[in-house]
Design a protein around this ligand. Structure first.
Ligand code: ADP
Length: 140
């Protein structure tokens, strides 16, 4: 399987509860390497651009407000099949459906405030990584 990179975001519900280290341990235990990482505060507009694909969904406004409600940690994870592996470690969108041991099963508060974002395909990952990181910030 090819080595890939994927974009991960530790969301405000998790940074607020001081869970960054515990979530990062889940990634590293699964063999994913954190090759870039920074803690930032998004504006609702910046969150809106990132989640533009969901613009027509009823929860879009709420999602943008939530993503701007506190600091997030944006990161690039690298590893074999990193996109799918990260989705596996994250668990289902709704924590009620997430498999035991996944980040969302252990930490998410609700379907909206669900602790982590992960790219859903290598093509999306490339766009999402470029939204937050310059080439100079990706040191491997
Ligand atoms: P995922 O993050 O698992 O890829 P989606 O792409 O479907 O899930 O949704 C993006 C984000 O929008 C979710 O992670 C969650 O924060 C929010 N979201 C999804 N569905 C709902 C919902 N029914 N109500 C509120 N927020 C939602």
């Amino acid at each position: 399987m090819a080595v890939e990179r994927t974009l991960s975001i530790i969301k405000p519900d998790a940074t607020k509860r001081n869970l960054t280290g515990k979530i990062n341990a889940k990634f590293e235990d699964a063999g994913l390497r954190i090759v870039a990482q920074k803690r930032i505060q998004l504006t609702p507009e910046q969150a809106g651009v990132f989640y533009a694909v969901h613009k027509a969904r009823p929860f879009y406004g709420e999602l943008c407000e939530f993503m701007a409600s506190g600091p997030v940690v944006v990161q690039v994870l690298e590893g074999e099949g990193a996109v799918a592996k990260n989705r596996e470690v994250m668990g289902a969108t709704n924590p009620a459906d997430a498999a035991a041991g996944t980040i969302r099963a252990e930490f998410a508060e609700s379907v909206g405030e669900n602790s982590v974002h992960g790219s859903d395909a290598p093509e999306t990952a490339a766009v999402e990584i470029a939204y937050f990181f310059s080439g100079l910030e990706l040191v491997g």
